[in-house]
Design a protein around this ligand. Structure first.
Ligand SMILES: *Cc1c(COP(=O)(O)O)cnc(C)c1O
Length: 384
């Protein structure tokens, strides 16, 4: 595909721009860091405690426990729910590998179920096909910031006595039928990886739940099974959210709703400019589960060529994810074959994430769309 370059060197439009977010809150972040340093509360402490309370309230759930990262948040929940060898847990093949890793980490077996073609999320309608007498839990992912079909998933899960754990790593603040993610099922895992909608300045994660027993277990397990400084009720691990990250996250949490609204506004600019482009399938938004647009993901044919062509014009698009998990070398041992999850496979070939972050300007979106329209002109149209 030949692209006519504009002649000059255009400004790079990044996929995400963490420096722009920092610039808008730099003074508050520096003050928060100073507070932690001044009190030496690097592990635990007041900021850590306050963040857990504020984040639980934000998620409309009674408990939040800060942990080391999102992967361990999921793993700690599954362990806390008593999952282990011999158990099966159902999840989507179109997600970041951490979702499935957490299942394997607790000793259970990963079972994949295909996605809804419109929203890319786990298809509640196909769940029962994968349920056996070993199935114990389902882990839906609120992919790209849009909640999964929780009522559909919960209905099937409750009928079979399964736990439901939300992977909310991409959906801080999103709502399903008015309720925040994190409050929708037995427990939810959040990641504060820097590029997430609520991102730390390093690794971080949280377990959010209304289950007091689970919250207590996770709180102890992630801190060496500790009940007093040198009294350990059981063997746990070290997976803690540190004081600096907690203080930074407290500052950022206050801006999260505004940032999510800015992402939605930018998504609207994209929709407006791309709606008449037959080669682009826009992300479908369900009215009862509006997205907070962790990513703005379109579908195109010839995706890899289009990605390259955008790159030549200094536009950094991305692909989430190019290989569905059932076809990853890491899951070869499961013996799953191409063709088993056709919607996930079709999405993996066609999805394209366009630049999106709260500070992106309408002019930047405009340029992405102009270039995209030019480079897809030669591409075949895509089914709605
Ligand atoms: C980022 C992410 C995770 C893992 O979070 P980390 O904090 O990087 O361990 C899990 N699931 C999904 C869907 C993610 O996007």
């Amino acid at each position: 595909m030949k692209v006519t370059l504009s002649g000059k060197h255009p400004q790079v439009i990044p996929l995400v721009d963490l420096r722009a977010s920092h610039a808008s809150i730099a003074a508050d972040i520096e003050a928060a860091i100073k507070r932690v340093i001044d009190t030496s509360a690097f592990i635990g402490g007041a900021e850590h405690q306050a963040f857990q309370e504020e984040f639980a309230r934000y998620c409309q759930s009674p408990y939040a426990v800060g942990v080391g990262n999102g992967t361990e948040a999921l793993w700690l929940i599954l362990r806390g729910l008593g999952l282990g060898p011999g158990d099966e847990v159902i999840t989507t093949p179109l997600t970041f590998i951490a979702t499935a890793e957490a299942i394997s980490l607790c000793g259970a077996r990963v079972v994949f179920c295909d996605i809804e073609p419109q929203t890319f999320a786990l298809d509640a309608g196909q769940l029962s096909v994968h349920i056996t007498d070993r199935t114990r839990a389902v882990v839906p992912v609120h992919l790209y910031g849009q909640p999964a079909d929780m009522d559909g998933i919960l209905a099937v899960a409750r009928k079979h006595g399964l736990k439901v754990v939300e992977d909310a790593a991409q959906a801080h603040g999103a709502r399903y039928r008015g309720k925040r993610v994190g409050s929708l099922a037995d427990a939810a895992a959040f990641s504060f990886y820097p590029g997430k909608n609520l991102g730390a300045y390093g690794d971080g994660g949280a377990v959010v739940t209304a289950d007091e027993e689970l919250a207590t277990f996770v709180r102890k397990f992630c801190d060496h099974g500790r009940v007093a400084k040198y009294e350990h009720e059981f063997e746990g691990t070290n997976s803690r959210l540190d004081g600096l990250q907690a203080a930074i996250l407290r500052v950022k949490l206050r801006h999260l709703d505004r940032w999510n609204a800015q992402r939605r506004q930018a998504a609207g600019w994209y929709r407006d400019r791309l709606k008449d482009c037959p080669a682009v399938r826009l992300p479908k938004e369900m009215t009862d589960r509006p997205s907070i647009y962790h990513l703005f993901v379109i579908m195109v044919e010839n995706r890899d060529q289009i990605l390259q062509a955008l790159k030549q014009e200094a536009i950094q698009a991305g692909v989430h994810y190019p290989i569905p998990l059932h076809l990853q070398p890491a899951y070869r041992h499961l013996g799953l074959k191409q063709g088993m999850f056709p919607y996930a496979e079709g999405a993996a070939q066609r999805v394209l994430s366009l630049p999106l972050y709260p500070e992106i300007t309408e002019g930047q979106v405009d340029r992405v769309c102009k270039v995209l329209k030019k480079v897809v002109a030669a591409a075949p149209s895509i089914a709605a």
